[in-house]
Design a protein around this ligand. Structure first.
Ligand code: SDX
Length: 424
């Protein structure tokens, strides 16, 4: 095995180097502080690997994304969300019997405990559904506290995957004062969610094939993305041996921020603002280049992708298909395409390698399907659930796992003596 040498304060130190299955190289500095007394400093962890993982591979320079080795393009075209969730969690594509049983279980576990129903009564109608989802997921533990054995964890995984979409749909219906619809055994995961969101007890809800296909594709595209902010949060919380629901609830909160999963909501709000301001998108692209403007092109840029986010390419194509098949023309889509054209030919964005990311177009489809803007990040959460679960399980099964506890460099006051208040 090769090594990396460090010369520090006149002494030379060697650290082991290892490679991943895709040729990525890491310098193992686990003994750095013990050997040198110093720590590394890596603001925002852009150069720091927190774990080894066999779940998702991203090559940011080439715009490659694979789940358990399968290219995202193939999964988004040929698979459905429950199947991809199974793949991420169990590391293989299910056989037909495995898939049928998996889907049956997810449907059976789609009903939330009736004791949770009154939780919804006390949120204001304006409550952001991410706050409700995060709180309700953590509260699942109060109804299902058994989480020690593998069997109990497996059951909790099915409950979480099944119930999250129900919690989301119920929070939407109740916020509108509309009657809720319970899941139906004969419907697919995506169809059940669409019906619970947009159906009415007054008439049979007809599931649109276009929307069901688009929703499956969107959930698949969001299903995992290696050690992003929210997944790292799930691992951080889970590393203390907190239960699955607590860990995932933390991940939901981490995803909420506009720099992360909240960007899909921020993109639509940005496009609506530009449209309301006369649609002069070139003015806003220029504004995004001015650091002190405080304005960023939401949905653009990525910590890892320095090329096109492959998910954005697929969603952009799906935008046209879904809107055409639904007979909708959305001025925000035209605006988004114009912004993309201008930005991708602008030196600022080219030099900084800023491309559209997964959030740039996803909101356009969600809007076309009737989802309210404040639910877009909830949809991202439902899609990311299997990824969070798979990453949490991988950490839980890792015999070398230890509680995550980064160090710091202290920059505060040196030692000083306490002065009683009447002498200050
Ligand atoms: C997701 O990590 C993941 O994998 C996340 C995700 C997943 O699936 O989990 O892919 C999902 O979160 C996608 C990203 C969604 N967020 C946005 O679209 C928000 C807008 N984007 C930016 O805020 C930013 O690009 C980030 C947050 C995505 C990445 O931030 P970084 O890596 O910390 O980059 P940075 O802020 O240091 O920017 C580098 C430079 C800066 O200029 P300089 O200081 O070098 O002069 O690029 C500029 C930034 O000002 N820049 C932008 C910009 N993004 C970066 N300038 C204008 N508009 C932007 N959107």
């Amino acid at each position: 095995m090769s090594t990396a040498k460090l010369i520090f304060e006149g002494k030379e130190y060697e650290f082991p180097v290892f490679e991943g299955t895709e040729g990525e190289t890491a310098i193992d500095i686990s003994t750095l502080r013990a050997k040198t007394g110093a720590i590394t400093y890596d603001h925002g962890y852009g150069n720091t690997g927190s774990c080894k993982s066999s779940i998702t591979f991203i090559d940011g320079e080439k715009g490659i994304l694979r789940y358990r080795g399968y290219p995202i393009e193939e999964l988004a075209t040929n698979s459905k969300f429950p199947e991809v969730a199974y793949l991420l969690i169990y590391d293989h594509l299910p056989t037909k019997p495995e898939l049928l049983e998996w889907r049956r279980q997810l449907t059976n576990h789609s009903f939330i405990h009736e004791g949770m129903m009154n939780f919804f009564d006390h949120y204001p109608p304006t409550a952001h559904p991410m706050a409700i989802l995060s709180a309700m997921v953590a509260s699942l533990y109060t109804f299902y506290p058994d989480s020690e054995t593998n069997e109990q964890v497996e059951l909790n995984i099915r409950r979480l995957l099944g119930q999250a979409k129900t919690i989301a749909a119920f929070s939407y219906k109740i916020s509108r004062g509309e009657p809720i619809l319970y899941p139906k055994a004969e419907l697919s995961y995506a169809a059940n969610f669409l019906r619970m969101m947009f159906g009415s007890p007054a008439e049979e809800y007809v599931v649109s094939d276009v929307q069901e296909r688009a929703l499956n594709q969107l959930l698949i595209l969001h299903a995992d993305h290696e050690q992003n902010c929210s997944t790292s949060t799930v691992r951080m919380v889970g590393s203390s041996q907190a239960n699955l629901y607590a860990s995932i609830s933390a991940g939901i909160s981490g995803l909420w921020g506009p720099l992360h999963g909240g960007a899909n909501q921020a993109v639509i709000e940005m496009l609506e603002k530009i449209l309301a301001d006369g649609g002069d998108y070139k003015k806003y692209v220029e504004l995004a280049k001015k650091k002190d403007s405080g304005f960023r092109l939401m949905g653009f840029g990525h910590r890892v992708y320095k090329n096109f986010d492959p998910r954005a390419k697929i969603i952009k194509k799906a935008c046209d298909e879904v809107l055409n098949e639904m007979g909708i023309s959305d001025p925000l889509l035209d605006l988004a395409k114009n912004i993309e054209d201008v930005a991708l030919n602008d030196d600022y964005f080219i030099e900084k390698k800023l491309y559209p990311n997964v959030d740039f177009y996803s909101g356009i489809i969600y809007r076309a399907m009737g989802f309210p803007t404040n639910m877009f990040t909830v949809l991202f959460s439902i899609g990311r659930l299997p990824g969070w679960i798979a990453q949490w399980l991988e950490m839980r099964k890792d015999p070398d796992n230890r509680i995550h506890r980064p160090r710091q460099i202290y920059t505060g006051e040196n030692k000083r003596t306490f002065i009683p208040v009447d002498k200050r």
